[in-house]
Design a protein around this ligand. Structure first.
Ligand code: PGA
Length: 253
């Protein structure tokens, strides 16, 4: 079975104390993760080490950075390299989140470079894609999202692509409470898988986890995750509440 992943995206929220309370709270709520399931925590840079420490010995969990730079080291004041992340046992990095594309002008080309450096360093990219409302309204979302994959991933060799996790996050559903229906999520995920299959073949396409993101909650996770091409979720708001995030973890297939 493909890996099923519940990924928390804390974004730029919580103080250190609140972050520690949250991760301890999650750990203290009994929950199980099967061998094919993962709980991944994408937390702000200053809390990465703390969360790595708290999760030590907890199987099938991982920690993600929310961004990285395209170079391994050097005179790039304010940036964080994948080498640094690797050295503190961070295993994943979220790349191409719509907030970074929009507020920080991250282009498909820049993201391709970030994907490359992450893979070179052995860090797994969680690559985000998704369309804005005006694109869905004119019905061109399938081509739009396929192009995002093409721009930043399709230069990869097959064995590199196999290491990617994709997160489909329609922008109109992020933080709005408007979740895509389970059918809308399935439809896009199946489309993305067919786009991957056309480029890399069905065997590879069937191995890539595709997460859904956008107002996933404890109450709707099970229905969304039950769709055949939805392999879990990337969760913002609802990942800031311990009991709700555990409910989401337990909704994984
Ligand atoms: P949300 O955010 O769950 O608060 O909609 C999801 C995301 O942006 O990753």
């Amino acid at each position: 079975m493909r890996q099923q992943i519940a990924a928390a995206n804390w974004k730029m929220n919580l103080t250190y104390q609140q972050a520690q309370e949250l991760i301890k709270g999650i750990i203290n709520i009994p929950h199980t993760l099967a061998a094919h399931q993962r709980a991944v925590y994408a937390v702000p840079f200053p809390y990465l080490t703390m969360v790595v420490e708290e999760l030590k010995g907890k199987t099938n969990t991982g920690v993600a950075a929310q961004n990285c730079y395209t170079k391994t080291s050097g005179a790039y004041t304010g940036e964080t390299s994948v080498e640094m992340l690797k050295s503190i046992n961070v295993e994943y990095v979220v790349l191409g989140h719509s907030e970074r594309r929009e507020y920080f002008n991250e282009s498909g080309d820049l993201l391709a470079e970030k994907v490359n450096i992450a893979l070179t360093t052995g860090i797994t990219p969680i690559f985000c894609c998704g369309e804005a409302l005006h694109i869905r309204e004119v019905g061109t979302q399938n081509d739009y999202v396929a192009k995002q994959l093409e721009e930043s991933l399709f230069h990869l060799a097959e064995d590199e692509l196999k290491k990617i996790i994709i997160a489909y996050e329609p922008i109109w559903a992020i933080g709005t409470g408007k979740t895509a229906t389970a059918e809308q999520a399935q439809e896009m995920h199946a489309h993305l898988r067919s786009v991957l299959a056309a480029q890399y073949g069905e065997v590879v396409a069937n191995e890539i986890p595709i997460l859904y993101g956008g107002s996933v909650k404890g109450s709707n996770a099970k229905e969304i995750f039950s769709q055949p091409d939805v392999d879990g979720g990337l969760v913002g708001g609802a990942s800031l509440k311990a009991d709700e995030f555990v409910q989401i973890i337990q909704a994984l297939k």
